[in-house]
Design a protein around this ligand. Structure first.
Ligand SMILES: [Zn+2]
Ligand SMILES: [Zn+2]
Length: 341
């Protein structure tokens, strides 16, 4: 029986383990993928650190990771629309196909979603068995590193495309990889001005490279004040990617009446909002979950033809160095971090 390396959560507690496991067997409707590049998501870091969410959700032992690019090496017998050798990535949410949301074209908010690398074995491994339905074919000559970041880029595309950005003053709070992608997308869409905020100078530097007109360190500068000074009436759109109570509340104050916001950052604490202000200012607050299947993926494919996001990818480690990669992620001195088998 062929074996492979895989990075797994083997016990309920902090840390991960590099293991040798069997190469997975594929079902009729799956393909076997040889992983070329994986990327570490905030979710993987939560699982590594074993926070409250992970402790409640993860049932060890499970192989983690869901962001990847790789080549198909074997097809299940029912798979007819894919071929061996194709460079692919995949939507990480496995949907039930039966619930109200799935049946009305809203599978991204499926009632019974299973997530690759969370609820079922993931892709921090040399090989992964993936449902053919979830596979997304990449252009054959594309950079596998860019292929590996489709999941978070899709989050950004979903959040950014809900509102018109062309000609608008756009605030992006939080310059982690998804916030950084949002900056590039706002730039590409022809936003009038882009105000990005974070408390991490390393990431603010990348924000500038990607086209933020104002990269604001919220510890030393007041985003609301800067936005009001420049725009007079306030910004038109907010893309909230930080999950920071303080950043969100301050950014809301920097919006003009009738402004629109996409909310994607997860708040670890309870947020208290001045809802009367939202009502009288006629704000639209839109929650964003996952990627629309597969509308967002086609939008992403189109965006990638001219999107400049290479600066977001800052580090690359071997599987054996996963501890180093996780420590770097915890330090925040990085953009997107890749792992290669
Ligand atoms: Zn992810
Ligand atoms: Zn469903």
């Amino acid at each position: 029986m062929a074996v492979m390396k895989a990075i797994r959560k083997t016990v309920s507690g902090p840390g991960l383990e590099l293991c040798e496991v069997k190469v997975p067997k594929i079902q009729k409707d799956q393909v076997l993928i040889k992983i070329e590049v994986a990327a570490i998501c905030g979710t993987d870091l939560h699982i590594y650190n074993w926070d409250k969410w992970s402790a409640a959700r993860i049932k060890p032992a499970v192989t983690v990771g869901h962001e990847f690019a790789g080549r198909i090496v074997k097809l299940g017998e029912d798979v007819t629309h894919l071929e061996e050798g194709m460079l692919v990535t995949a939507e990480g949410h496995i949907i039930c196909g039966q619930c109200y949301y799935c049946r009305t074209g809203q599978g991204h908010i499926c009632d019974d979603v299973k997530i690759i690398g969370v609820d079922i074995n993931g892709i921090f491994a040399e090989y992964a068995a993936i449902d053919a339905e979830n596979v997304w074919v990449l252009p054959d000559d594309s950079d596998p590193a860019l292929g590996a970041i489709h999941d978070p880029l899709g989050n950004a595309v979903h959040a950014a495309n809900v509102h018109k950005l062309t000609g608008q003053n756009v605030i992006i709070t939080g310059c982690g990889p998804i916030g950084l992608f949002c900056i590039a997308l706002a730039k590409q869409a022809g936003a009038r001005r882009i105000f990005a905020s974070d408390i991490n100078d390393y990431r603010l530097e990348i924000a500038r490279k990607l086209g933020a007109d104002y990269a604001i360190n919220a510890q030393t500068e007041d985003l609301c004040k800067v936005v009001k000074e420049v725009t007079k009436i306030g910004a038109d759109v907010l893309l909230e990617m930080s999950g920071s109570h303080q950043a969100f509340v301050n950014a809301l104050k920097a919006l003009r009446k009738g402004a629109k916001a996409s909310l994607l950052g997860i708040f670890s604490e309870h947020v208290s909002l001045d809802l009367d202000a939202a009502i009288f200012n006629q704000l639209t607050l839109c929650g964003i979950n996952g990627r629309r299947m597969f509308d967002t993926w086609y939008e992403m494919q189109a965006a990638l033809e001219s999107l400049e996001i290479q600066p977001v990818i800052t580090h690359k480690f071997k599987f054996e160095e996963y501890e180093k990669a996780m420590a770097l992620m915890n330090s925040g001195q990085c953009g997107k971090v890749l792992l290669v088998p």
